[in-house]
Design a protein around this ligand. Structure first.
Ligand code: GDP
Ligand code: MN
Length: 390
């Protein structure tokens, strides 16, 4: 699925800025690095997927930039995992355990309500809804990860997951460029959330915004349905004779807000697909974000519904950021599971090879570079560099 072809994404494209870099360049390795880290949350059993992601990360970016990796886990990383990841990078690797206070649901929450809420979502076949661990993960990424002591020394992070693939060489430092351009949050894919996972999230986000009298800096509107589309959706619903959403929700109305008075604002369900995320940690560490997270957490939506960190981060960007602070990495080709983004300049077919050696130490690099260098000229006006998409 090429998500950047979806119309909803195009609307966002128009709002967000142009790429930092066009075409290929010699990696600017002499520039000082940012205070940044590559963060991977994983379990031991995910080692093969982790190694795939790391190999891709190293090959397309980190072999030049050598950013450290931080592995996080609510359990223990075993020696197989530790040794495995150490074998594929020259970078510094750290392993951090996530303490229960950052992972488990809060003490004040009713344990029976949690178990029941999650079981109910399982019964409804809501994606991952029946898995407590997935709820923990979403809540951790929504409001906790940046509080992990091993992240304290960093200013920036790049989120990496098992089984991701980067299609293009990234020959500039995205952290440094974000810093230089006053960016706070960067993404490469936007998709629509499954409504059943977040039936009440938007009401709470909108309620929060209202109750704190926050004025939009221009991002909020990005996440609102436009009338034309709403009409089309309505029609679609009628056609399908689909019942309007009438499940019994467990969540009460957001505090401090009359839900009938939300200006008719409706969430278009678009969200930055946060399994790829390059962002400034200060954004999450701010008093305002904490206030937002607490507001959401109090509602119980992280267990009575399956609020994902992706729409949570996105709506937070909607509430707190200006479009100028958000960067669309359209030049970073990326794939996770079945969804991918491929920059527009990817070659249609393989062109004749010319002999050229870029990295004399690696046979595989040598082979691939010969191929890529043969169509350098064609790429000059496109975004992305050496993209070979699946
Ligand atoms: P999906 O991409 O939405 O299908 O979700 P994943 O299963 O890939 O989970 C998202 C991220 O959280 C991945 O980096 C997983 O390795 C990690 N993750 C999910 N559940 C757990 C868990 O229970 N423990 C740990 N340590 N990591 C988890
Ligand atoms: Mn994943």
């Amino acid at each position: 699925l090429e998500v950047n072809r979806l119309p909803s994404i195009r609307a966002i494209n128009d709002t967000i800025d142009p790429p930092f870099a066009v075409g290929c360049r010699v990696p600017d390795v002499d520039k000082p690095r940012a205070n940044a880290v590559l963060v991977i949350l994983a379990r031991n059993k995910e080692l093969p997927g982790v190694l795939d992601s790391m190999r891709s990360m190293e090959r397309h970016f980190n072999r030049w930039y050598h950013y450290p990796y931080l592995f996080l886990n609510d359990g223990d990383f075993n020696s197989t995992f530790r040794e495995g990841v150490q074998n594929v990078t020259e970078s510094v690797i750290e392993f951090g355990q996530i303490s229960p206070d950052l992972w488990e649901f809060p003490d004040w929450a009713d344990q029976e309500e949690i178990a029941e809420g999650i079981a109910l979502q399982g019964d409804r076949a809501i994606m991952y809804g029946g898995m407590a661990s997935y709820h923990h993960m979403c809540r951790f990424y929504s409001g906790k990860f940046y509080k992990h002591p091993m992240l304290a020394k960093y200013e920036w992070y790049w989120r990496v997951e098992p089984d991701v693939k980067y299609f293009c060489d990234i020959t500039y430092d995205p952290f440094v460029y974000m810093q230089e351009h006053g960016k706070v949050y960067g993404f490469t894919i936007v998709i629509k959330e499954l409504i059943d996972t977040i039936p009440n999230l938007f009401r709470y986000a909108a309620g929060f915004r209202r109750s704190r009298n926050i004025t939009s800096k221009g991002m909020w509107e990005v996440f609102l349905t436009d009338e034309e589309k709403e009409k089309a959706e309505k029609k679609e619903k009628e056609n399908a004779k689909k019942k309007p959403y009438d499940h019994e929700y467990r969540l009460r109305d957001p505090p401090d807000i009359d839900p009938e008075s939300m200006n008719g604002e409706k969430y278009n369900l678009c969200h930055f697909w946060s399994n790829f995320e390059i962002a400034k940690l200060d954004f999450f560490r701010s008093k305002e974000y904490e206030d937002f997270f607490q507001y959401l957490d109090r509602s119980g939506g992280f267990w009575n519904e399956r609020w994902g960190d992706a729409p949570v981060h996105s709506l937070a960007a909607g509430i707190f950021l200006a479009p100028e602070q958000v960067h669309y990495f359209r030049d970073i080709g990326y794939r996770h599971t079945t969804i991918q983004h491929c920059p527009g300049n990817a070659p249609k077919k393989q062109l004749p090879r010319t002999p050229y050696v870029r990295d004399p130490h690696s046979k595989r690099d040598r082979e691939e570079d010969r191929y890529w260098d043969s169509w350098d000229v064609e790429r000059e006006n496109g975004v992305g560099c050496r993209c070979k998409c699946d």
